[in-house]
Design a protein around this ligand. Structure first.
Ligand code: GLA
Length: 725
């Protein structure tokens, strides 16, 4: 049984494929955490209960006759504010008396096959109840009557579990939720490093590893979006953990708004890891009878290093996060006009793109920003989702018919959550954007943010989108979002509920995305937020791919795509060949192949040599499609280990195929380049598809391949495809 309850010792044990997670019901119904780590057979871990050295006069519970127990040092499963635990806590309400002392204790539990959905929020799914088991723990605060249900789901066959919390106000008075983290894990030592993914526009998700210190450290977003600055991903790893060996705990929040991932040290030597909605910008008013659901946190444990952790996330997300028609079927190879034309295009010009695309074997043309209102630059028209027929040379339907007549599918760009200051919509409804009374609204890219916490605003925007998509032969939508949220207030909420707006905005966006996926199940949706500003599992639930970065330079993309790969599978990573100069078409193609693949440039500029290379790339796209999307990733040389070279491999699940890609960022003069491969079957023999050489998997992984003679000047790259005999 993946989830068991030892009623004698009152211990819960959750066994994933790689880990055990254990906690107990202690005296007075405190829920105490006991262990999370590599799988263990034991279930009675009472002797393992954490006993810290007490500082002077720790708070004690007068009803417990165990002087080793104090909330000051105990490891808690879901610690609450104000009851003797002085670390950062997972849960706090301000009750009707005005104080925020909160104390949840165990009431009951149930264990059942399957996994419940979370109302209004994206979460991982099961395809049948046999895919997972769930534990629900009911806790209650005796004084206020507020309850919490802790949800734990263990996915069978994965080293992964999920956690979330639902708060229910069972009292007869309203309360204010001040913090409600999705997960909390107390560790009894602090001998760990923390890994996070920091960045900015054009340089998203850089790997950063820091030592866990005796301080509170962590990452957050307060931008209203999960953000370029930090990804809602964090790992806690052993000091000696590397790509292949050692323990790695990966945490990822299925949420697209303000989050926090933190690690708080306590004076007795342990750490507390928290992940959830950022409490700094959050509050929620809960009337009697009301419920509030937290987002879901995904927790992966691997004792095969960072590589093992990443591969678990990838498979889990491929099978249990990404949904709909495009989860498992082949996606179209597309060309997008943005980097080639910006908003300076005409229908005729785009038809020439489609003509060239057809000659090259590309499946779809995406018309990016600039097709609506009076939008010839970024100063106007967001919100005025009416087709600019003058620009397209006629109605959208006729323009798409010209594209379709060439055998090319058609996709289109929207930025639904935004409104330009210069737009008819803003002139008609200036109160429809986020704002606070009496203050100037900050403007970014000449635009404001629509108040998507409001249903009337969402309904209006969605009805425009829906008409355009329903009335035209649109196969793909790029959903963009190009600014952070400031002056976050809503005209229709009372002052006491203004702290809810950040979260209501996220829920509103999810609601529109949900409608879009239900109304148009065949539509392929790509998410984008000035590149990868909202690259998170919340978005992946609705959109199976996300434009990874506006930076399409293949050398810069190495850092971005390696960082992204820590948590997210290649099938989700929007990557195109562009006109960027730092490397030739070959390397641009090799890097973009490790993603959704496509083109982002003017095909009318291609030379005959370019066309030959691109035709080869298109056939490689088809040849390696399954291997790259469904294979296991092995990062052989990561940019955080070397600024000279990068190398990665995709290996099919049956280990019969592998594709190695190497890119040189800076030439290594005069050194042999021997690379030991990973993930192969040592017993099998593999043939190098280009040279015809045959090697055993054992040789490739232990002696390695001598790659010294392969092209290795700055910006060069090469691939080696291996398959079993
Ligand atoms: C963002 C996106 C780009 C492009 C532009 C259009 O920057 O990341 O790919 O769609 O918006 O304005």
């Amino acid at each position: 049984m993946p989830i068991s309850f030892d009623s004698e010792h009152r211990v819960f044990k959750l066994d994933t494929a790689t880990s055990s997670y254990v906690f107990e019901i202690y005296e007075q119904n405190y829920l105490l955490h006991l262990y999370y780590g590599a799988k263990i057979p034991d279930s009675n871990l009472s002797a393992h209960r954490y006993k810290g050295w007490f500082g002077s006069h720790p708070p004690l519970n007068i009803n417990i006759d165990d002087t080793d127990f104090s909330p000051d040092v105990s490891m808690f499963e879901y610690p609450c504010e104000g009851s003797g635990d002085f670390r950062e806590t997972a849960f706090a309400i301000r009750n009707a008396d005005g104080n925020n002392t909160t104390d949840l204790r165990y009431v009951s539990h149930k264990i059942y096959p399957g996994k419940p959905v979370i109302d209004g929020l994206p979460s991982l799914h099961v395809n049948s109840d046999s895919d997972a088991d769930t534990l629900e723990i009911l806790m209650r605060d005796a004084v206020t009557g507020v309850s919490a249900i802790l949800y734990y789901t263990v996915f069978s066959g994965y080293g992964a579990m999920t956690r979330s919390v639902k708060i229910i106000n069972e009292s007869d008075k309203a309360v204010e939720i001040e913090r409600v983290f999705s997960t909390c894990v107390d560790f009894n030592t602090h001998d760990y490093d923390m890994i996070t993914l920091y960045g900015n526009w054009l340089r998203e998700r850089n790997f950063e590893r820091t030592s866990v210190k005796h301080i509170k450290q962590g990452i957050y977003s307060r931008r209203g979006l999960s953000s370029h600055a930090q990804n809602p991903f964090g790992a806690i790893v052993g000091k000696d953990t590397n790509e292949e060996y050692g323990s790695a705990y990966g945490f990822n929040l299925v949420y697209s708004g303000n989050f926090e991932f933190s690690c708080d040290s306590e004076p007795h030597g342990g750490i507390r890891v928290l992940m959830g909605i950022n409490p700094d910008t959050f509050g929620w008013h809960l009337e009697p009878g009301d419920k509030f659901s937290s987002p879901e946190a995904v927790m992966v444990y691997s004792n095969e290093g960072l590589g093992g952790m990443s591969r678990t996330f990838h498979r889990l997300y491929t099978n249990h996060l990404i949904r709909g028609k495009w989860a498992h079927i082949k996606r179209p190879l597309l060309i997008n006009n943005w980097e080639a034309t910006g908003m300076d295009f005409t229908g005729d010009k785009l038809v020439t793109f489609a003509e060239r695309a057809k000659e090259l074997g590309i499946d779809m043309l995406v018309m990016d920003d600039g097709w609506f209102g009076k939008r010839d630059d970024d100063k106007s028209s967001l919100g005025d989702w009416q087709v600019n027929e003058e620009k397209l040379g006629g109605p959208l339907k006729d323009f798409i018919a010209r594209i379709n007549a060439l055998g090319i599918k058609f996709g289109i760009w929207f930025e639904p959550e935004m409104i330009s200051r210069d737009s008819n919509l803003y002139r008609e409804h200036p109160d429809w954007c986020l704002h606070v009374p009496g203050r100037e609204k900050s403007i970014a890219r000449y635009q404001y943010v629509l108040d998507f916490s409001r249903k009337d605003v969402r309904d209006y925007i969605y009805s425009l989108m829906k008409d355009i998509i329903a009335e035209n032969n649109i196969a793909y939508v790029k959903w963009d979002c190009n600014r952070s949220l400031s002056e976050v207030g809503s005209a229709i909420l009372p002052p006491g509920r203004q702290k809810e707006v950040f979260h209501r905005f996220v829920l509103g966006t999810y609601e529109v995305m949900d409608r879009l996926t239900i109304d148009f199940p065949d539509l392929l949706i790509e998410n984008c937020s000035s590149g990868g500003g909202r690259f998170d599992p919340g978005m992946l639930y609705f959109t199976p791919q996300i434009w990874c970065s506006d930076n399409t330079d293949p050398v810069d993309r190495i850092d971005i795509q390696f960082g992204t790969s820590l948590c997210y599978p290649a099938s989700t990573v929007g990557a195109h060949v562009s006109a960027s100069k730092r490397a030739g078409f070959g390397t641009k193609g090799n890097v973009a192949l490790w993603g959704t693949f496509g083109y982002e440039l003017d095909p009318n500029t291609f030379t005959p040599e370019d066309i030959d290379i691109i035709k080869d790339q298109v056939s490689e796209y088809h040849k390696y499609y399954d291997l790259i999307r469904n294979g296991d990733l092995y990062r052989l040389i990561s940019p955080w280990e070397s600024d000279r070279r990068a190398a990665w491999m995709m290996v099919s699940e049956d280990k019969n195929e592998a594709l190695l890609t190497c890119v040189t960022m800076r030439k290594e003069w005069g050194e042999a380049f021997i690379l030991k491969l990973r993930g192969l079957d040592p017993e099998k023999y593999y043939v190098d598809d280009t040279t015809g050489e045959v090697y055993s998997g054992a040789l490739l992984m232990n002696a390695g391949l001598n790659l010294t003679d392969y092209p290795q000047n700055d910006g060069d790259s090469f691939k080696i495809y291996l398959r079993t005999l």
